[in-house]
Each structure stands twice: as C-alpha cells, then as structure tokens.
Ligand binder design. Structure first.
Ligand code: SF4
Ligand code: SF4
Length: 495
C-alpha cells in the first residue's frame, strides 16, 4: 500500500471520457496515403532513405538521421513513394514542411522481422538498440526518444520505474483503452524496462475512475507473479498525468527545477510506450501504429482505434462516421494542452494521442479577454507553484529576463491558470510566445557568438599573415643589405 502525496494546485475538470470509452477498441483500415513529416521533435530533421517511385514494405525505414534526438521513421504499410513534398504538418504554428508521401497498395506486405524468445537473456545495450531501431518515442505526447531515457548516465541510480497511465486530460481515453485490452503487453513491456535498467520496483499509476483497466492490470500482475510490480489508483485531479506531478503523488519526491526524474531515481514512461517496447523486443515490430482517441461532439462515432502513423485525419474521421454538423474546431491532443489544426489532411504522428473534433460545447471558444484584476486565482491553481500573473505581465511586456527569473520554462502549459482566470486571459498563449522568443533569442545569441568567433579568427589570421609578411620583408631587406655590403667590400678589394 502506497501513501499518496498531493501536488499544489490542479483542478477537478469534467472529463467527458464517456464519449469515447464505451465503444470497443478497433483497428483502423489502411489509408489511401500515408504522410510522414521529416521534421521531428524540437526541429530535428531526418533524411529520406528512399526515392520517389520506390516500393516500400511495412516496417521499412524510410527516413533517418544520426542526430541523437532523431528516431527512424518506418513505413506503416506497403506502397510506392509518391512524393517528397511540402505539406502542412501537425505543429501549433500551422507550418508546412517536407513530408514523405506513400500511396498504399492495400497489400500490407511487411518486412520479415523476429523478436527475442526470452528478453531476460538480452543485455541492456541490445535492448536499448532494439528500442532505438524500432523508432520508439514517449507516446504520452512528448515524443522524446525512449532509448535516450533508458541511458541516464553512470551518475544517476534509478530505483523506480513509474508507468504513467494517469490519462488526466479530459476526453482522452487511449491509454485507458490500451490497458483494458492489452494489459499483458504493457506489463511485459514494464518487465523488459526493469530488466534493462536493473530496477527492482515498478508502480503502474492510473486514475481512480479507470475501474476496468485496474481490474485487468491487477489480474495480469497476479498471473505474472511478479512482486516488483504494483498498480495504484491516483485521484483524478488535472494534471496528475504530468510527469513531475505524478512522481510527486506516487513517490512524494519533487523533481528539481530544470532537472529530470532520473535525478531523483525515477524513470517515468507512458503505458503505451511500455507496450511499444514489448512489441519491439518480443515481436521485432517497429512503431508503426498506436491507439488514438477520436472524440468530441463534432464526430459521429467517437471511439479508440489502432491507427497507422501517417494516416491523414480526414480518413480517420471518415472511419468514425464523419463529422456532425456542429463541429467547430479540430484539435490534436486534448482541450487543455492540445493545439488547433488548420486542416484535416494533416496526418497523425507518433505523438498523436487524440483527435478532438470539438463543438462549442467541447471547447472554450470566443470568450472576450478582459484586464487582469489581480485576483491571484491563477497562482492557487498552478500545479508547478509558479506565479502565472507575474509571468503574464512580463511575457506581455516582452521582458524575457524577468520571465526566466519567474521560471517560465518550468511551466508545463497545462492551462489550469487560464481555466480559472475570471478575465479569460489566454495566459498559455503568452507563455508559449515568450518561450519561443527566449529560444529564438538564444539561437540568435549562439549564431552571433559563432559569427564573432569566426570574425576574431579571421582577424587573428590576418594579423599573423601581416606579421609573417613583415618578417619576410625584414629578412629580405637584411639579406639585400648583406649582399650590398658584400658587393661593396668586394669592390673595395678590387680597387
Ligand atoms: S499553464 Fe503554466 S503557469 Fe499556468 S497553471 Fe499550468 S504550469 Fe502554471
Ligand atoms: S486569474 Fe486572471 S485576473 Fe486573476 S490574477 Fe490571474 S491573470 Fe489576473
């Protein structure tokens, strides 16, 4: 029995999960096209490893890069590479970028792959390599490469694996659905992670309303007879599923500002990621599909589906009965931390956990922002214990140093402050914009430092060349003077 702690702030939100968690988990059909952006997390880009016109098989690597934060992209079905062209990508800015487009052939032919019969016989390095080669990233939404998380460095000692099944955003039920339908893959995935990091304890944390998932998980834990794994139910207070908040609730430990969970001995992994690890290691399957919630009152048949990465959202919505006439906005992610999409031809990526086709009832639209009345409600709601009002003033004034001083980068953009703000100020927009400005300024400063270094080196080189030239001139003059003197002496002797 674990003693649970509480984090500061947070909110009880209407969760609207019943919209999508009543229908059975289904397999989405193969879309006509699969679309893969070459840009990944934090602007890292991968290079195409195929050519237009080439036929590819499911599981084949179609893009890759040696950048440490890059993960390989695998085709999710067989077909022909139709184009490598600019298309809208799922990004809060609504930007376009290069994408690989596969015209699928419906045959769904796969590369032949094989997993390992007994993961316990594998050394940690080969498990990490299998996870890296399978292109696995955090499926909770952050999309951070899992193989990097599994290499915390020699100075950090991990003692707890925390499986995050506390799906705290309203509307989203993909993790709940996965745990109900595939508890074995989640828990064997956890065993693989325990084995690869020599960790002796695993806590699977789920929210207390996930009754069926709790029953299925505890049943499988008993069948596995693994005393290292326990399943705990945590109160449904948004954002309990935030990594740092969940760690606090379950272990009572605080992750230091600017630090990572490994600093306090915890490895926190989403339940979907653990299931993907199982598939990669035991079945040799790369990450080509995931469970996605399609929900909101703007879609006729909300549900969860196994969806191939690269599927255009329009096809997914079509498979869920199409739009209702009241749809107002399409959001990737949940209503709190997701972002609006400009177009439904955009394709799902590994980080896509939910497509919310929202009506006015689902999303907070059109409320007029009013001046801040300094009520302080935002600070009471902030789960990170920040001062959102101050962050707002400084972001608004463009005072980026002050924003940093008030720990702007600790903000998890959960939106709690915005929900409680009686003046309806779009606070998170201000924080996001301030963060991008700080990042852009840092990049500019880095560029300027590189340019200055180049300029200084150029000046040094020039000064050295001039000194060498002057030395050569001096030596030449000296030599000439010697020759002149020798000639003069010679002439004197002759006369
Ligand atoms: S969005 Fe940021 S400032 Fe606002 S409550 Fe969440 S963590 Fe705090
Ligand atoms: S909740 Fe809104 S109005 Fe109140 S202090 Fe915060 S920003 Fe100002």
């Amino acid at each position: 029995m674990l003693n649970l702690a509480r984090f500061h702030g947070g909110l009880h939100l209407p969760n609207n999960k019943e919209l999508s968690n009543q229908a059975p988990l289904r397999q989405a059909s193969i879309p006509k096209k699969l679309v893969y952006p070459l840009m990944q997390r934090q602007g890292v880009t991968v290079d195409p490893k195929i050519q237009v016109g080439e036929r590819v098989l499911r599981g084949q690597v179609i893009a890759y890069s040696d950048h440490p934060l890059a993960t390989p992209v695998h085709a999710a079905s067989s077909g022909v590479i139709e184009a490598i062209e600019e298309r809208l990508i799922p990004h809060p800015s609504g930007m376009a970028d290069l994408c690989i487009v596969i015209a699928t052939d419906g045959l769904d032919e796969s590369l032949v792959t094989q997993g390992v019969a007994d993961f316990r016989s594998q050394d940690p390095a080969s498990i990490r390599t299998a996870i890296k080669n399978a292109g696995i990233v955090g499926l909770g939404g952050a999309a951070f490469p899992t193989s990097i998380k599994l290499n915390p460095g020699p100075q950090r000692k991990l003692d707890t694996l925390l499986l995050n099944g506390a799906e705290c955003e309203p509307y989203i039920t993909c993790d709940d659905c996965l745990m109900q339908n595939q508890p074995e893959s989640v828990l064997v995935g956890a065993q693989i992670l325990l084995h690869s990091l020599h960790i002796e304890r695993c806590i699977v944390a789920i929210e207390d309303h996930m009754k069926r998932a709790y029953a299925r998980l505890t049943q499988v834990v008993a069948a596995l007879n693994d005393p290292r794994i326990i399943v705990v139910q945590v109160p449904a207070i948004y954002p309990t599923g935030g990594e740092k908040q969940l760690i606090k609730v379950v272990t009572g430990k605080e992750t230091p500002s600017g630090g990572i969970p490994a600093d306090i001995g915890v490895l926190c992994v989403n339940v979907g990621t653990a299931s993907a690890v199982y598939d990669a290691v035991c079945n040799g399957k790369p990450l080509t599909e995931r469970v996605i919630t399609v929900t909101g009152r703007g879609v006729k048949e909300p549900q969860n589906r196994y969806v191939r990465i690269g599927t255009p959202i329009s096809e997914l919505i079509e498979q869920c009965g199409g739009y209702t006439e009241h749809v107002e906005r399409l959001i990737m992610g949940g209503p709190m931390m997701g972002f609006a999409l400009p177009d439904d031809e955009i394709a799902v990526v590994k980080a896509t956990n939910c497509i919310l086709a929202g009506t006015a009832a689902d999303i907070n639209t059109g409320k007029q922002a009013m001046p801040c009345i300094r009520c302080g409600d935002c600070a009471k709601a902030c789960p990170v214990d920040l001062l959102p009002q101050q962050l707002y003033w400084h972001s608004r004034a463009g005072n980026l140093d002050k924003c940093k001083e008030f720990s702007l980068f600790d903000c998890i953009e959960c939106g709690c402050c915005e929900v409680v703000c009686p003046s309806h100020i779009p606070l998170v927009q201000y924080y996001r914009s301030a963060k991008s400005k700080v990042i852009a300024k840092a990049k500019e400063a880095e560029k300027a430092a590189v340019a200055k270094r180049r300029h200084d080196m150029h000046l040094e080189r020039k000064a050295k060349e001039q000194a060498e030239k002057a030395e050569r001139a001096r030596l030449k003059k000296e030599a000439l003077a010697k020759v002149k003197q020798a000639n003069a002496e010679k002439e004197g002797v002759t006369q």
